[in-house]
Design a protein around this ligand. Structure first.
Ligand code: PNW
Length: 446
C-alpha cells in the first residue's frame, strides 16, 4: 500500500514512523545542573576561537527545563517517533561508576511524557558528549573508553530499558573521526590522522560492546548503529576518478558498514592505511566478532553526496545549503538506501537524520516562511518513497531537527529546526515547514 493514493499523492506504509531528531548537548542546556559532569563539548566550546561567536551549549534551547512544552510541540506536529540522545556526563559525571539518579530521572520524565502522548522514543546513547574525565585519560584513542561506554550503556539499559523500544549506539562515528581527529573543528579538536583511525576502531568496538550489553541486560528493545552515509560518485568518467571514488567510499561508508554487517574492515582501506598503522596495530583478535554482533536495525543519516576526482579530491556539482559541506541532491537518498539494502541485506532501516539549515527570520507578522526546507523535505521524502517501492525496508524517518539548536562549531547561526527558537526569550514558533510536515504526517505521505 505504498502506491499513489487517489489524489495522485505518495502514500507511505501503514504505521510509518514520521519523526524528528535532536541531541542532548545541542538542545538541553542546564550544563551544571543535577550533577551533570563536563563533556569534551563543554571544554571545546569554552575554548576561545573554537565555535562561531564563541557560542556554547550552556543554555541552548533550555530543553532540560522546557521538555514538557517541547513534548506538547511534538504532539501538535503529530510526531509518531522522537529521536533524542542521552547525555553520558548526566549519567556518569566522570564517565564511570554508579549512575547519577537525577540524570536518569530527567530521561525517565521525558520517556513518560512521550509515552503519554503516544510518541515512540528512539534513544541514542552517544551523540559526541564524551565525559571530559575520559578524554583526560586519552578519550577514544584509549581502548578502555570502549569498555567504559559499555558500562554506561548497561546502566542506561537497566534504568530505562523498559521504556525504550529502539536504541542507537554511537551517532556518526565518522564525524568524530573526521571532524574531531582529522580536521579538528569538532571536539576534541585534534589533527592527527594516525590517531583518527584508531579512534574509528574503538568507536566501532564500543558499538559492539553496547549491543552485547543490551542483550545481556535482558531489556527487550532493538538496537543498531547510527551512520551518516555519503553516496560517492566519480566527478568525471575517467578510470582514475572511478578508482578514487571506490577508495573514498571505503573511508566514508564501508569502514563502518562492513565492520558491523560483515565482520571485517574493507581490504582497500586497510591496505591504504598500511599494516603498521595505529589502527591496524590496535585491532585485536575477536574485536570484529564483537563489532559485528547482530543488530536489529540500521539508522541512516543522509545529508549530501560526494563527487570524487581522479586525484582523490572532491568537487561540487549541486547547489549547497547554508552549510557549505551540503549539496542538495535528493537522488542520493534513493541511492544510499537501495545500496545498503543490496549490499548488506534486508535489515530494517530508519532514517535518523535528514534536513538542512535555512536563513530563517520571522516575517513582520511573526511567521517563518522556510520554503527551502519544505522543498528539500518534499524531494527527499519522495526519494525515500521510491526506495520503499523498490523494496527497501524503511520503517521511519526523522527530520533533523525538531528545534533550532546549537549547531556545534557553527553555534546558533545555522538554524536546522522545524520549530524556530528565539534564544532571547526561548519562545518556540512553528515554521512553515512544521505546519507542512504535520499535514504530511496526517496524510501519511505527500
Ligand atoms: C550531523 N557532513 O552531523 C549530526 O549528527 C548533528 O548533530 C548535526 O547537527 C547535523 O548533522 C547537522 O550538521 C553531520 O559533513 C556533520 O556531511 C557533518 C556532515 C553530516 C552530518
Amino acid at each position: 500500500n505504498t502506491d499513489a493514493d487517489p489524489d495522485g499523492g505518495l502514500r507511505f506504509p501503514d504505521n510509518f514512523g514520521w519523526g524528528a531528531a535532536t541531541s542532548a548537548y545541542q538542545i538541553e542546556g542546564a550544563a551544571k545542573e543535577d550533577g551533570r559532569g563536563e563533556s569534551v563539548w563543554d571544554t571545546f566550546s569554552h575554548t576561545p576561537g573554537r565555535t562561531r561567536n564563541g557560542d556554547t551549549g550552556d543554555v541552548a534551547a533550555d530543553h532540560y527545563h522546557r521538555y514538557a512544552q517541547d513534548l506538547d510541540l511534538m504532539r501538535e506536529l503529530g510526531l509518531r517517533s522522537y529521536r533524542f540522545s542521552i547525555s553520558w556526563p548526566r549519567i556518569q559525571a566522570d564517565g564511570s561508576g554508579r549512575p547519577n539518579q537525577r540524570g536518569l530521572d530527567f530521561y525517565r520524565r521525558l520517556l513518560d511524557g512521550l509515552h503519554e502522548r503516544g510518541i515512540a522514543p528512539m534513544a541514542t546513547l552517544f551523540h559526541w558528549d564524551l565525559p571530559q574525565a575520559l578524554q583526560d585519560d586519552g578519550g577514544w584513542e584509549n581502548r578502555d573508553t570502549a569498555e567504559r561506554f559499555a558500562d554506561y550503556a548497561d546502566a542506561v539499559f537497566r534504568a530505562l530499558g523498559d521504556r525504550v523500544p529502539a536504541w542507537l549506539t554511537i551517532n556518526e562515528p565518522k564525524t568524530v573521526v573526521q571532524n574531531g581527529y582529522i580536521w579538528g573543528h569538532h571536539a576534541p579538536g585534534h589533527r592527527d590522522e594516525a590517531a583518527a583511525y584508531l579512534v574509528a576502531h574503538h568507536l566501532q568496538l564500543a558499538h559492539g560492546l553496547a549491543v552485547q550489553a543490551l542483550r545481556a541486560s535482558g531489556a527487550s528493545g532493538r538496537i543498531g548503529p547510527a551512520l551518516n552515509l555519503h553516496p560517492c560518485y566519480p566527478a568525471d568518467d575517467s578510470a582514475e576518478a572511478a578508482a578514487a571514488t571506490r577508495l573514498y567510499d571505503g573511508y566514508e561508508n564501508r569502514l563502518y558498514l562492513d565492520s558491523v554487517f560483515k565482520g571485517e574492515y574493507p581490504q582497500d582501506v586497510l591496505a591504504d592505511l598500511g599494516p603498521d598503522s595505529r589502527m591496524a596495530r590496535g585491532v585485536r583478535d575477536g574485536d570484529l566478532k564483537i563489532i559485528s554482533s547482530p543488530v536489529d536495525l540500521l539508522a541512516v543519516q543522509y545529508y549530501t553526496p560526494i563527487y570524487v576526482t581522479g586525484g582523490g579530491g572532491t568537487v561540487r556539482k549541486w547547489p549547497t545549503s547554508e552549510a557549505e559541506w551540503q549539496q542538495i541532491y535528493p537522488e542520493g537518498m534513493y541511492d544510499i538506501l537501495t545500496r545498503v539494502t543490496r549490499d548488506y541485506g534486508r535489515v530494517p532501516i530508519t532514517i535518523t537524520e535528514n534536513g538542512l539549515p535555512c536563513p530563517d527570520t520571522p516575517g513582520p507578522d511573526g511567521t517563518i516562511d522556510d520554503a527551502g526546507r519544505v522543498n528539500f523535505l518534499r524531494d527527499h521524502f519522495a526519494a525515500a518513497h521510491r526506495a520503499v517501492r523498490d523494496g527497501v525496508p524503511l520503517e521511519s524517518y526523522h527530520v533533523w531537527s525538531l528545534l533550532d539548536n546549537f549547531e556545534w562549531a557553527e553555534g546558533y547561526d545555522q538554524r536546522w529546526g522545524l520549530v524556530y527558537v528565539d534564544y532571547a526569550s526561548q519562545r518556540r514558533v512553528l515554521k512553515r515547514s512544521a505546519h507542512w510536515y504535520r499535514e504530511v504526517i496526517r496524510r501519511n505521505g505527500l
